[in-house]
Write a protein that binds this ligand. Structure first.
Ligand SMILES: Cc1cc2nc3c(=O)[nH]c(=O)nc-3n(C[C@H](O)[C@H](O)[C@H](O)COP(=O)(O)OP(=O)(O)OC[C@H]3O[C@@H](n4cnc5c(N)ncnc54)[C@H](O)[C@@H]3O)c2cc1C
Ligand SMILES: *[C@@H]1O[C@H](CO)[C@@H](O)[C@H](O)[C@H]1NC(C)=O
Ligand SMILES: *[C@@H]1O[C@H](CO)[C@@H](O)[C@H](O)[C@H]1NC(C)=O
Ligand SMILES: *[C@@H]1O[C@H](CO)[C@@H](O)[C@H](O)[C@H]1NC(C)=O
Ligand SMILES: *[C@@H]1O[C@H](CO)[C@@H](O)[C@H](O)[C@H]1NC(C)=O
Ligand SMILES: *[C@@H]1O[C@H](CO)[C@@H](O)[C@H](O)[C@H]1NC(C)=O
Ligand SMILES: *[C@@H]1O[C@H](CO)[C@@H](O)[C@H](O)[C@H]1NC(C)=O
Ligand SMILES: *[C@@H]1O[C@H](CO)[C@@H](O)[C@H](O)[C@H]1NC(C)=O
Ligand SMILES: *[C@@H]1O[C@H](CO)[C@@H](O)[C@H](O)[C@H]1NC(C)=O
Ligand SMILES: *[C@@H]1O[C@H](CO)[C@@H](O)[C@H](O)[C@H]1NC(C)=O
Length: 496
């Protein structure tokens, strides 16, 4: 407190003269005074290690300093300094896997990197897994499985927990158990005031609901208490098909989505275009979570031929997620992505694919120097909370059945050269317009945009519905009346 009083006084004298970079450096000096062992400047190896830990190159921005808190109290102290600074801008990094530049890092400004706050423990008589917000999913699964437990989490081990859970979260077990965020029984959160609170069904239930889908608008989550489930093995993995199998695969996916609902069938199908190789490759990454009854509704998808590679095995969740990590860590690139949703119809998946397939080589050709790879991925959405499960913020009523009716599309460009970024971003916008136009034509377009795959130019919070967005805004105003998370945190989807 004493130091921040002196700091305010110095701001009174010199603040007006400071440019924003200098201003955040001065805030960094204050942070370094209070959190000497957790504040890192660009010269420090820990700073470099933090920047290198972002999986996509466009995320590797350079803040004036990086704070790596070790406790909720450290986070609280950091927030207090930032709030009292002259509007020093900051970012919060969980696992750093959101692809939108500026969401989980910041140029100049201060980045709070949660990676040192990563304890995972099984608690309350094996009913709950307590996950500190900087932990990655691999550690969560590894820890829980030692007690024969698992949770609803990410399907690739290197992905972070905090962004995933505050945006919704689709797990292997989502077809059976719903959104991962709905299995959070308690959030420990540091508010803009620096206060550390619990948000759960009986304490601040409005904040509890808001954090399930509202991302970083309310505070910094420091711990998630996740409902534990008995661990089981799951069967499945990656199947790579010959290009000739593309249309049959999309037909099989359409039939899978239109047929009887199977609560144990999870995953997605992707068509990948590699411009350098001039190839289109269909892939399915699907799992059956009740191996004794495999392949259930996955049968038609897995029988599509010709196949090039079949990597389906029965194994613990932690093994699937560990192997999958190896495939993504290898060679970091630039990635941009966007999403939209629609109701399944006999033709919509085929029509979207046909349009994309026709246009994507033309787009890629303009930026061939950047060695572009493009993907479209189709997958199911989880069910909304039902049967007395506390509400989330995603805007589906208990009576709706998005798990049966809806498909969401992810559309991605991955490339090597920064110079192509704007061109691919414009191409994504054009693709969305065309694809949403097709879906509208058929009467199957749905408003929902899955936040964790939405582009920064999309508005997933509005996609929850106006009433839901208004509620989120009220909750943000209640818990952060000065709008610290709206104004000082430029990254993420905002409410006002
Ligand atoms: C390889 C890969 C695999 C994926 N697999 C899945 C999947 O199986 N299912 C699925 O649903 N999604 C998946 N995703 C999407 C994933 O949910 C998002 O990328 C998500 O943002 C990852 O969480 P993170 O902590 O790594 O995010 P970050 O990029 O660290 O954070 C995302 C946002 O959340 C905010 N945030 C981070 N930490 C906190 C905190 N402690 N408190 C408040 N706000 C915070 C950040 O400021 C940022 O705005 C995948 C993504 C990738 C790249
Ligand atoms: C805060 O910074 C702005 C410009 O960045 C400046 O105009 C203002 O005077 C500063 N206020 C204080 C109290 O230092
Ligand atoms: C910082 O680290 C040093 C050396 O490990 C230790 O002596 C000191 O107590 C630490 N300071 C704080 C505030 O944790
Ligand atoms: C940090 O990384 C940069 C390049 O990104 C390199 O030039 C510098 O030497 C690194 N510093 C340390 C301390 O490793
Ligand atoms: C986990 O389950 C296995 C097999 O069912 C059993 O042998 C083992 O004792 C269990 N471990 C724990 C910690 O419960
Ligand atoms: C909910 O929060 C209250 C207040 O902090 C706490 O006492 C209670 O244990 C929490 N409930 C759960 C399920 O964590
Ligand atoms: C793919 O289709 C083409 C054209 O129909 C055919 O000539 C070719 O043999 C097929 N390849 C495989 C591996 O099925
Ligand atoms: C794309 O194709 C080129 C040329 O065959 C190859 O070198 C590259 O690894 C491929 N990229 C991906 C992501 O598959
Ligand atoms: C993981 O990789 C190992 C080594 O390649 C392999 O033996 C194992 O079957 C794989 N497991 C899964 C679930 O993919
Ligand atoms: C929830 O309710 C549905 C019907 O409304 C029922 O089919 C289902 O079994 C219930 N699930 C649980 C976990 O109680």
């Amino acid at each position: 407190m004493r130091f921040s009083a002196i700091a305010s006084f110095s701001w009174f004298l010199f603040g007006a003269a400071f440019a924003s970079g200098e201003e955040s450096r001065s805030t960094c000096d204050e942070l370094a005074f209070i959190l000497p062992n957790s504040t890192f400047y660009p010269e420090a190896p820990a700073y470099n290690a933090s920047i290198s830990s972002y999986p996509f190159l466009q995320l590797r921005l350079h803040p004036s300093c990086i704070i790596r808190p070790k406790s909720a109290r450290d986070v609280s102290q950091a927030i207090s300094v930032l709030k009292d600074s002259n509007c020093t801008r900051f970012a919060v990094k969980g696992g750093g896997h959101n692809a939108n530049a500026g969401f989980n890092n910041i140029q100049n400004g201060v980045t709070i990197d949660m990676q040192s706050l990563n304890d995972v423990e099984v608690a309350r008589g094996d009913k709950v897994v307590r996950v500190s917000a900087g932990a990655l999913w691999q550690k969560v699964y590894d820890t829980a499985e030692k007690r024969n437990l698992t949770v609803l989490g990410g399907r690739i081990g290197v992905v972070g927990t905090a962004g995933f859970l505050t945006g919704g979260g689709i797990s292997f077990f989502s077809p059976e158990h719903g959104w991962a965020c709905d299995a959070v029984v308690n959030f420990e959160v540091v508010l803009a005031s620096g206060e550390i609170v619990n948000a759960n069904a009986t304490s601040q239930p409005d904040l509890y609901a808001a954090l399930k889908g509202g991302q970083s608008n309310f505070g910094i989550v420091t711990r998630f208490d996740l409902k534990a489930f008995p661990a089981t093995t799951i069967w499945g993995g990656r199947t790579v098909y010959h290009p000739n199998a593309t249309i049959p695969l999309l037909t099989a996916f359409t039939e899978f989505k239109s047929g009887e609902y199977d609560p144990y069938a999870a995953g997605w199908v992707t068509v990948r275009y590699n411009h350098t190789a001039a190839t289109f490759n269909p892939v399915s990454i699907m799992w059956y979570t009740k191996p004794a009854q495999k392949p259930g509704a996955l049968k038609s998808i897995l029988e599509v031929k010709p196949q090039i590679m079949n990597g389906r095995v029965e194994a613990p969740v932690s093994e699937h997620t560990r192997n999958a990590s190896r495939m993504v860590v290898a060679d970091p690139k630039r990635t941009i992505w966007a999403t939209t949703s629609f109701s399944i119809s006999p033709t919509i998946v085929h029509r979207i694919h046909a349009l994309w397939k026709e246009v994507v080589p033309e787009v890629a050709k303009q930026y061939a120097y950047a060695k572009p790879v493009a993907e479209i991925t189709f997958q199911a959405l989880p069910a909304p909370p039902r049967n007395g499960t506390s509400p989330n913020s995603l805007g589906f009523t208990a009576a709706e059945t998005p798990e049966k009716d809806l498909v969401f599309l992810q559309i991605i460009f991955t490339f090597d050269d920064e110079a192509a970024t704007e061109g691919f971003e414009e191409a994504l916008k054009d693709f969305l317009k065309l694809i949403e136009g097709l879906a509208k034509d058929e009467g199957v377009l749905h408003r929902y945009k899955y936040l964790n795959f939405a582009a920064s130019f999309q508005d997933p919070l509005a996609s929850y519905g106006q009433e839901q967005k208004d509620t989120l805004r009220e909750v943000a105003e209640k818990y952060d009346p000065e709008g610290v998370f709206q104004k000082q945190v430029p990254g993420g989807f905002k409410l006002f």
